[in-house]
Design a protein around this ligand. Structure first.
Ligand code: 9Z3
Length: 319
């Protein structure tokens, strides 16, 4: 029997969203990564991070963006790596990056000074440890991760790139069964303009006020869960600004897609409070003042909760 859900979304994806030129090359990299880590018995998580860009013109001058700094995805990647996972980091170009994110607010040039006698040689550069705190420890960990090939970065900018690369990664990780996890923290547009409706050139203000009609983005979570990676452990994120509808929306997403968990958060409080919702449980994760004073981040708690649930999920599937 054919698979209507995947077939209809596949049709839409190729007809209305331009296929990125690097998708085949990236798929090869992801396959080799999954194969190597799968053979080593390692769990692999695909993290999506950052916002998608939706162009308004084919030769794009203007676009709609989705809010996300990429901090959730980048910091979570570090905690997954600490838990022994290999990480595919599908992130928005120039959004926060694991480890480097710790210095995102610093002008690198303010963290360095010229060394040598009297600072008069430009052959020797000294790191200012106050401007770049913990840099030695962070650099060591970053280099270990790189040396062991545990982090595969993949970039997207537009919604089209995101959708095609997510599909490719889902098909690749589908081969790992329950050992694969999807952690879909990217902020993805719900609306887009199909290529066929898009003006080629810059929209002219001389034509008067602009009215835009946008279509609904196909729900890619549906074929991901049912067709591309049906045995994987899948977590989506639900972002709202109105707290009163958050948990209902999270439950509705679980009912609709039948995946394993939704991490529900509200824009203003997302750094200190999330709820991990599963079909049978609801866990509030809170960052206390004490946590904050010890520089604990909420992502450490999210990742600890989900890696525990993933281990249970794997042992249930295996048993
Ligand atoms: C999230 O809810 C993430 O936690 C944030 C993280 C984007 C709020 P930052 O990158 O923020 O650390 O600044 N991501 C999912 C957002 C989203 O678009 N969810 C869709 C929805 O809520 C479902 S895919 O409908």
């Amino acid at each position: 029997m054919s698979k209507p859900r995947a077939a209809s979304i596949d049709g839409k994806l190729s007809a209305e969203f331009a296929v990125p030129s690097h998708v085949d090359a990236v798929t090869e990299l992801m396959s080799a990564f999954a194969e190597r880590h799968g053979a080593a018995g390692r769990r692999v998580v695909l993290i999506t991070s950052g916002g998608t860009k939706v162009p308004l013109e084919s030769r794009t001058v203007r676009f709609l963006d989705n809010f996300s700094s990429g901090r959730r995805g980048a910091s979570s990647a570090e905690y997954f790596l600490d838990c022994g996972y290999a990480v595919i980091f599908l992130h928005r170009h120039r959004s926060l990056y694991p480890y480097a994110r710790l210095y995102a607010g610093v002008n690198l040039l303010d963290g360095l000074r010229l060394g040598g006698s009297g600072g008069c040689t430009d052959q020797e550069v000294v790191v200012d440890q106050e401007a770049l705190p913990k840099i030695g420890r962070v650099l060591r960990r970053y280099q270990e991760v790189k040396r062991d090939g545990l982090l595969l970065p993949v970039e997207f900018s537009t919604l089209s790139e995101y959708l095609h690369l997510l599909k490719a990664s889902a098909q690749v990780l589908g081969t790992l069964g329950s050992k694969a996890m999807f952690y879909l923290a990217a902020a993805v547009s719900d609306f887009y303009i199909p290529a066929s409706d898009m003006p080629e050139h810059k929209i002219q203000s001389s034509n008067g006020p602009l009215q835009i009609s946008m279509k609904m983005v196909p729900k890619i979570l549906s074929p991901l869960v049912k067709d591309w990676a049906p045995q994987a452990f899948v977590i989506s994120f639900k972002l709202e600004t109105d707290t009163s509808i958050l948990l209902d929306k999270a439950r509705k997403a679980l009912d609709t897609y039948r995946h394993q968990a939704v991490v529900a958060n509200v824009l203003d409080t997302r750094r200190g409070y999330v709820v991990v919702v599963t079909p049978d449980t609801q866990a509030e994760l809170i960052l206390t003042d004490e946590d904050a004073s010890k520089e604990v981040e909420i992502e450490e708690k999210i990742v600890s909760n989900l890696t525990g649930a993933h281990a249970e999920f794997i042992s249930k599937q295996d048993g």
